[in-house]
Design a protein around this ligand. Structure first.
Ligand SMILES: Nc1ncnc2c1ncn2[C@@H]1O[C@H](COP(=O)(O)OP(=O)(O)OP(=O)(O)O)[C@@H](O)[C@H]1O
Ligand SMILES: [Mg+2]
Length: 160
């Protein structure tokens, strides 16, 4: 499943569609080069989940945790700066509280992360971004179907 996101508003719309249709527990891997729009989509998702206040990029902290009104937490990780997946152990992430994992640069944490339900691949495309969603698990496949249905009725001109 692929969309063109004309601007940040379109990214926000996709993030809201993902938030509104999310399963109880999901692991999302956000892939793409520097500046592809991974943090923008993660921020949109977290906002739509009701996170208020600053949403900092976890570039240096590696992880930012957000309590969710519905219970549990959303964890936003950016693994760009880790040297190897072993460093993840020191973060004390046992995953019990995490209902939603949003992981930037997941390839750098290989072996130390739970397997993804949803793969989000972002790339610069003209003035906007191309986003491709794929789902390696059944939970992810069902979610992707709901995202697709939700975006179909959004009517956002930037989502095509
Ligand atoms: N759909 C879009 N259309 C145009 N610009 C966008 C879109 N989505 C995000 N951007 C812009 O792209 C820039 C980089 O976005 P962002 O920080 O989300 O990238 P990133 O993939 O997280 O990068 P990094 O790997 O450095 O963390 C920001 O200026 C953001 O406003
Ligand atoms: Mg980022």
């Amino acid at each position: 499943m692929s969309w063109w996101l004309a601007d940040v508003d379109a990214t926000d719309a996709l993030g809201a569609a993902m938030a509104n249709t999310r399963p109880d527990h999901a692991v999302v891997h956000l892939q793409g080069d520097l500046g592809a729009g991974k943090s923008s989509l993660a921020r949109a998702l977290l906002r739509a989940l009701g996170v208020v206040g600053a949403i900092r990029s976890p570039t240096y902290t590696l992880v930012e945790r957000y309590p969710l009104a519905s219970g549990g937490e959303a964890w936003h990780l950016d693994l760009y700066r880790i040297a190897d997946a072993g460093e993840l152990e020191f973060l004390g992430l046992d995953g019990d509280e995490a209902r939603l994992w949003l992981v930037e640069w997941p390839d750098r944490g290989q072996g130390g992360l739970p397997p993804p339900d949803l793969l989000v691949a972002l790339a610069v495309d003209g003035v906007g971004r191309r986003v491709e969603l794929s789902a390696p698990t059944e939970v992810g496949q069902a979610w992707l179907a709901r995202i697709s249905a939700a975006t179909a009725t959004l009517g956002s001109p930037g989502l095509s």
